[in-house]
Structure formats: structure tokens, C-alpha cells
Design a protein around this ligand. Structure first.
Ligand code: F6P
Length: 340
């Protein structure tokens, strides 16, 4: 078979191991793999490159994606969709592995409905895709953010300050939650829970009385009543670029004003989306890439390779993109054990 593979949406560590999984498994079947460059833009513009074993031999430990990525929506304009379908014929593709987050996977589902066979592979540092326990990129991202939080602890302690760390994650709080729990933060603000500033000041005062510093983790996607943030731009799929809202800066200023504790903030932004993938992300991504090729040979189209427990399984793309996977109540209960 001639199989295409693309990486769409925001990059994350693990994309290269997933590509490696696709190429090696396809080679076992005797298939040819065509890398589509720049995500769905490459399908519209016909940007492709053959992928052989030697192209993926040394990419296990490399962040980003050797194929490049964009946030292009091929179904936004009818003419783009037409170009994509023409290019599929020109490139002689018989199936496609689409590696991406909710936007890429939604486009993958639509393309399957147009009659072209696609299998999805979930990725995102946000960990917000339904029907999979974890997405690759998340573990690496949280590991970097935990490091950042631990660095902030040093200054917090030396200067008896409150330090606020703003992390990405869009409208799901997984990154902030895991960073805060793993890094021993004293308060965590995530989009799934209404912001209660009074409650936060109260907890911080108790914590500060005990250890003379405190650490707060804030997710970029929280809504703060009354906050006038910077006007955020939107990407190709209409998502606001939340980092520009500046919730970390706002929360830090409110803490200082309302508690009297000297407070500073840091925004790590895209630093948490690059660098070598952790072992967890490498193995997960590789297994998903291998599974996607198996699924193509079994004719399981409109489906996504997914992690359930320790097993790689198949789920419907339709179910995976139906809703964002948000932080559940039991996690919020766990966090509260540490607010004291
Ligand atoms: O979806 C991944 C993510 O890193 C989000 O956490 C963040 O809000 C967004 O992408 C940033 O997008 P961009 O890289 O386009 O600025």
C-alpha cells in the first residue's frame, strides 16, 4: 500500500516516535510511506516526501516533528477540500495516518466521511482528547513544568515570596493539575473549577504562616470574573491564543494586593512543548503509530488508536472528538487534600 502520514496542530514531543512507529510497521507489511509536510496544508498544496527507514532511524529522542505542522483546516474552504482530494489522487495515496489533536482528528473524521480511508493517532500536551487515557506530549510537558516550578520554589524560599507559574493547556486543566500536584504547589487554578480568589488568599495566608513562601500554578484557560485581559488573537480553527490573556500576571497582582505578600509570576509558554520526549511519551507514541498501520491493514477507518489502561485499542474518531476531556471531580478532591 501507499500510506500517507501527517502531523497537524500544535507540535509536541512524541510526534517523531509516532512517525517512526508508522514507518517501521508499514515496512514490515511491505508498504510505502509518504510523509505529508506541514499538516493539512501539505494535503492542500501537495507537499510530500518519501519516508524510509533511514529517515526515521534517529528521531526517537527528537522533539517537534520532522514533517512540520500547521493549524490548517482543510474543510474551511470548499476549494481547499477539492485541492486536497485532487492531491490524494496525484500522490497515489491509499490511506492516511493523521496524527493530531481534536482539530486534526475532526478533519480526519470528515475526510473519512468523504470516502478516503483515514486512521487517527491522538497527540497533545493538553491531554484533552476523549476516549484515550493519556495523549503523548503531556508527560514531557508536565515534566518540564514541574522543573520550572521547582526552580521557582528556590526563589520563593530565598525571598519569602509567593511565586505564580502559568502553564498552557487550553480549556482543560490537566497540565496545571499534574504540574501542581507533582511539584507540590500550594494552590492550583484550572478552568474546570470556578475561580474563588477569597478562598485562594485564605489558603495562601495559612501556608505562608507555616513556611514563609507559597507556590501557585495557574492554567492559561481560567476565566476570572472582572478581569480585563489582553485581546487574544485566534488561530486557523478559531481558538483564542490564551497565553496572551495574561491570567498569571493578573493572579499574581491580585495575590500581592489582597495578601500583602510580595509576589512574582512566570509564564513558561512554549518551553513546555519542546525538547526530547520522556520515555513514557516515546513508548506510547511508537505503539500508537504501529497500531495505526495495523488498523489500516484491517480496514478500521474512521477510527483512532488509543490508550486504555496499558493496552492500545481502537475507538471511533467520532467519539474521540465529540467532547473535550476535562479534569474530573475526583482529581479536584485529591487537590484539596493539599490546600492547608
Ligand atoms: O494545544 C496545545 C497548545 O500548546 C495549548 O496548550 C496552547 O493554548 C496552544 O497550543 C498554543 O498554540 P500556538 O502554539 O499556536 O500558540
Amino acid at each position: 500500500m501507499r500510506i500517507g502520514v501527517l502531523t497537524g496542530g500544535g507540535d509536541c514531543p512524541g510526534l517523531n516516535p509516532a512517525i517512526r512507529g508508522v514507518v517501521f510497521k508499514a515496512t514490515e507489511y511491505g508498504d510505502e510511506v509518504i510523509g505529508i509536510k506541514k499538516g493539512w496544508l501539505g494535503m492542500i498544496e501537495g507537499l510530500s516526501v518519501p519516508l524510509r527507514l533511514e529517515d526515521v532511524d534517529e528521531i526517537m529522542g527528537r522533539g517537534g516533528t520532522i514533517l512540520g505542522s500547521t493549524r490548517t483546516n482543510p474543510f474551511k474552504k470548499e476549494e481547499d477540500k477539492k485541492k486536497m482530494l485532487e492531491n490524494i489522487k496525484k500522490m497515489g495515496l491509499e490511506a492516511l495516518v493523521a496524527i493530531g489533536g481534536d482539530d486534526t482528528l475532526t478533519a480526519a473524521m470528515k475526510l473519512t466521511k468523504e470516502g478516503f480511508p483515514v486512521v487517527g493517532v491522538p497527540k497533545t500536551m493538553d491531554n484533552d482528547i476523549s476516549e484515550t487515557d493519556y495523549t503523548f506530549g503531556f508527560d514531557t510537558s508536565v515534566s518540564i513544568a514541574v522543573n520550572a516550578l521547582e526552580n521557582l520554589r528556590d526563589t520563593a524560599k530565598s525571598h519569602c515570596r509567593v511565586m505564580v507559574l502559568e502553564v498552557m493547556g487550553r480549556h482543560a486543566g490537566w497540565v496545571a493539575l499534574f504540574t501542581g500536584i507533582a511539584g507540590g504547589a500550594d494552590y492550583i487554578l484550572i478552568p474546570e473549577e470556578a475561580v474563588n480568589l477569597e478562598k485562594m488568599y485564605e489558603v495562601l495566608k495559612t501556608v505562608y504562616a507555616r513556611k514563609s513562601y507559597a507556590l501557585v500554578v495557574v492554567s492559561e484557560g481560567i476565566e476570572i470574573p472582572g478581569m480585563k485581559g489582553a485581546d487574544a488573537k485566534a488561530d486557523g480553527f478559531g481558538h483564542e491564543l490564551l497565553k496572551e490573556k495574561g491570567v498569571g500576571a493578573y493572579i499574581a497582582s491580585q495575590i500581592e494586593k489582597n495578601t500583602g505578600f510580595e509576589t512574582r509570576y512566570a509564564v513558561i509558554g512554549h518551553i513546555q512543548r519542546g525538547g526530547p520526549p520522556t520515555v513514557f511519551d516515546r513508548i506510547l507514541a511508537l505503539r500508537l503509530g504501529v497500531k495505526a498501520v495495523e488498523m489500516i491493514h484491517e480496514g478500521k477507518f474512521g477510527m483512532m488508536a488509543s490508550l486504555r489502561g496499558n493496552q492500545i485499542v481502537e475507538v471511533k474518531l467520532e467519539d474521540a472528538v465529540a467532547k473535550t476531556k476535562k479534569v474530573s471531580e475526583n482529581w479536584l478532591d485529591l487537590v484539596k487534600v493539599f490546600y492547608r
